[in-house]
Design a protein around this ligand. Sequence first.
Ligand SMILES: [Zn+2]
Length: 348
Amino acid sequence: MNESEPGLDRYVRQVRYPPIGEAGQQKLSAGRVLVCGCGALGSVLANTLARAGVGMLRLVDRDFLELNNLQRQVLYDEADVESGLPKAIAAQAKLHQINSSIEVDAVVVDVDAGNIAELAEGMDVIVDGTDNFETRFLLNDFAVHSSTPWIYGGCIGAEGQTMTILPGETACLHCLMQAGPPPPGTTPTCDSAGILAPIINVIASIQANEAIKILTGNRDAVSHVLQVFELWDNRIRQVNLDGLRQAARCPVCDRGEFAWLSGDRGSRTAVLCGRNAVQLTFPERSSLVLATLAEELSGVGTVVYNDYLLRLDVDEHRITVFPDGRAIVQGTEDLTQARTLYARYIGS
Ligand SMILES: [Zn+2]
């Protein structure tokens, strides 16, 4: 290692790996990655990429921490849950402790057709730490439209799968899932099937490794297969995707139809998987002053707030409101009831 580059010392073991080398490490330092979702997969992704010295990470997550996250979301601890902070903010603080030499940007929003272009601007790679196919199809649309590589990952139970999409070269998510996202209720969810932590670590580690290959200019090493792991029954499957892009006649790759990116498909108001909760979003973003809202609600129920969110406990419901007006209503999976509660306490 060159003494004139003391900043590289911490990466010496990685630099010694021939496909990385000093040149690769410098490319990592110049690299920018959008980490979409800071839950289970996103924790491992952000942790691994920060330690590897990726120069800039933008963390985007819509949610706040709960105790039952700690079983698999390895960036967080009990103090983070206690803090009441959104995941992206807690993750940013933790990553700064891990590697203070990189830039970490945290954004507390739900990724949607209206903000993806801004969030992903200038990013070299997008990694999937989301928990739903609507967001993944949006990421896929954006990635193909902007020729940004992205790495899909998803886990349920003890099974997980991952696939790397190099727009214009490999098949995309829509080529693979030609019918689009599975309709709600047709596939197991983490609510019905549960989720084990080890599969998260396997899938997110592969995703991070693929990102490192792309960032260091080792595109020829990128996987061209769908990798499927089932850790309980010890099954590993690799599905060759060569030729799929040509065969699929994919609306995204072939015809440039971006239904999720244009907003024609996808709705952001949704029942949240396994949470007994509903997320409400509104096309017109507001800019709530949380301190004022807290004062107004002080007679209604128990209110706590910080710079990022306000939480109102009233009867058996907990309503968490973000400054842009988005809310997560816990204690119901009924969209109408959630909307009614929102209108009653926060405003219509
Ligand atoms: Zn495609």
